[in-house]
Design a protein around this ligand. Sequence first.
Ligand SMILES: [Zn+2]
Length: 234
Amino acid sequence: MTEFWVSQKRHWCEYCKVWLNDTISARSTHENGVKHQENVARKLREMRQKGDAEKKEQELLKQSWSSIEAKAKAQYEKDIQAGHVQVPGQQPQQPGFGGKHRQDQAAQRAAAEDAADKAIKASAEAEYRLTGGALSKWEPDAGSGYLYNAALRYYYDKNTGWYYGGDPPSWTPNPPIPEVAKFSQYYQQPDAEEAANPPPLSHAKGLGTTRRLRQRPRARRRSQRPLRGGGRSK
Ligand SMILES: [Zn+2]
């Protein structure tokens, strides 16, 4: 009995989901049949449509990124005009003393860092308002063991800090996704207890946003409160 099955080779037709006798004549009869050719044509059509739909989705996503970035930039410029943000390089120079000059440089560097922090924060807030944080939502993916971002269709490997995605998909430490959506920018490892009981947002001054957010990694995603708002009431 066993020998019978071994000797009868079978061929699986992926398009028709049927087994065929694996002989040249049986296969060519099947492949020239109307049913098989219809199935092949349908499969190709489906693949094409799926590709089109994915392209369209990527296009929409890209548009929403640029709108987020534009809004963040507008907010940032408003902040500069309102005097909330120090523009780097616009502090009065006091020439003559080397020590003073070094101090100015340090102050400028700090101002630039602060401005960059504020820009990141502003775009994070804009992203959150527009999408409910979907762009930066990273969920554990049981199948792969990585974190998965459904909105961006990127995987993230916590061990290496690399991302997998794009078209064609590949691994990279610097994926073309918005800064605010990057995993390492804001989150640490998922923590069930903290997720159930999110800490309040921190607005402590003096620490860089990126560092601060790393210390309070889950606040931004879980809270309904916008990022800005505290620490500015004077
Ligand atoms: Zn077939």
